[in-house]
Design a protein around this ligand. Structure first.
Ligand SMILES: NC(=O)C1=CN([C@@H]2O[C@H](COP(=O)(O)OP(=O)(O)OC[C@H]3O[C@@H](n4cnc5c(N)ncnc54)[C@H](O)[C@@H]3O)[C@@H](O)[C@H]2O)C=CC1
Ligand SMILES: CC(C)=CCC[C@@H](C)[C@H]1CC[C@H]2C3=C(CC[C@]12C)[C@@]1(C)CCC(=O)C[C@@H]1CC3
Length: 345
């Protein structure tokens, strides 16, 4: 008869642990004495003490094998937001998340911490100090966000303290830091192609950018405070740096830090948004003959020209969250970590 390993509260699995956020989470969990396994479609790195289970989270059998003996699961896997494959988003973020929930229940996992996104309430118009009780976006800005909404609902609805199955969702916003494959590389690529000369709108819109170690801190606090009688059960929490910053000041700090010029010329937000929409339509029309990837998508233009910052008061109150790394230190550490992306004279 097969013996089932008794779940240990310090034994956890990070689904998506090979990714940018996942790797920081794995490193911090190890430092805090957890025994950590990674489940991912790829092995992103090697780390002593970490077992990698390679598989697709839509495959329940593969998941079950990796979950043996674990009491805690972090689910931070997703296709990249920039990928435009709707079927993939649906398969991984919605169907796959259902599979993750079923596998966790079958394997006797007690807690799931989902990485959601603050964008689940964003519709392309201003959000100032948004709280978690804002309704989900009726018109999400892209299909990635649409599937993040459904994913968050599924995970939070599955919370059942009576059955000892606890779930919580962390909603980070604009994660940045060393090794980020998205924000800084896209920005530098745009600067190198001469596309970062302009700022969109009047440049005063405030946005949250959150240093990756603060996001990790929020995840681990949530896992440790999630108990059958705690207010965290079945709830979502914004985790931010709690220092909203002007979008274009933040971009300029990164660009100037890496030796590029800050954007100088202003373009009206509405005009750029309409142009981005027209370009997007053209991309769709041309798709059968060529694949174009514009830098300024309607989603990026909306994010660059509106306010979108969120309150993390609920996380402070329910889990004692405070950001550990300031925005200033986060930017310095990020800039220093990309010597290969510096401008060459
Ligand atoms: N980067 C950001 O600014 C924000 C990210 N998020 C969320 O944070 C989470 C982590 O994002 P990042 O670390 O930036 O992304 P990432 O792309 O670096 O990491 C995602 C990981 O998921 C894995 N993965 C994808 N499909 C999979 C599948 N079918 N089965 C198993 N593994 C799979 C990938 O291989 C990758 O290692 C995602 O859920 C994302 O939606 C939320 C808010 C902001
Ligand atoms: C206008 C321009 C070229 C900006 C370059 C930077 C952008 C690539 C980032 C600025 C805000 C970022 C952001 C995300 C991805 C990268 C940016 C668009 C997310 C969409 C990542 C996934 C989420 O869940 C929400 C993020 C919001 C902010």
């Amino acid at each position: 008869m097969a013996t089932r390993i008794r779940p240990s509260s310090k034994r956890c699995v990070v689904i998506g642990g090979s990714g940018f956020l996942g790797r920081y989470l794995v490193e911090q969990l190890l430092d805090r004495g957890y025994s950590v396994s990674v489940f991912d479609i790829r092995q992103g790195y090697e780390l002593p003490g970490v077992t990698f289970h390679l598989g697709d989270l839509c495959d329940k059998g593969a998941l079950l094998a990796s979950l043996e003996g674990a009491s805690l699961v972090f689910h931070c896997a997703s296709p990249a937001p920039s990928c435009d494959d709707h079927a993939l988003f649906h398969r991984v973020n919605i169907d796959g998340t259902r599979t993750v929930l079923q596998a966790c229940q079958e394997a006797g996992v007690q807690k799931i911490v989902l990485t959601s996104s603050a964008s689940v309430v964003y519709e392309g118009t201003d959000i100032k100090n948004g709280m978690e009780d804002l309704p989900y976006a009726k018109k999400p800005i892209d299909y990635y966000t649409e599937t993040k909404i459904q994913q968050e609902r599924l995970v939070l609805e599955a919370c059942d303290p009576e059955k000892g199955f606890l779930t919580v969702a962390i909603r980070p916003h604009g994660i940045f830091g060393p090794r980020d494959p998205q924000l800084v590389p896209i920005l530098v690529d745009a600067a190198r192609r001469g596309k970062m000369k302009f700022l969109i709108g009047d440049g005063t819109n405030l946005v949250d950018f959150t240093f990756v170690e603060n996001v990790v801190h929020g995840h681990i606090l949530a896992a440790e405070r999630l108990r059958p009688d705690s207010p965290l059960c079945g709830k979502a929490y914004h985790i931010t740096n709690d220092e909203p910053v002007r979008f274009w000041d933040f971009m300029s700090q990164i660009l100037v830090g890496l030796g590029y010029d800050a954007p100088r010329y202003r373009l009206p937000y509405r005009l750029v948004y309409v142009l981005a929409l027209l370009l997007w339509l053209l991309v769709l029309l041309l798709r059968p003959v060529m694949k174009l990837r514009p830098t300024f998508t309607p989603m990026r233009v909306a994010l660059a020209g509106t306010h979108h910052y969120y309150s993390c008061a609920r996380a402070k109150q329910d889990m004692g969250y405070q950001p550990l790394v300031s925005l200033k230190d986060g930017v310095t550490r990020t800039v220093e970590s990309y010597p290969h992306l510096r401008r060459v004279a």
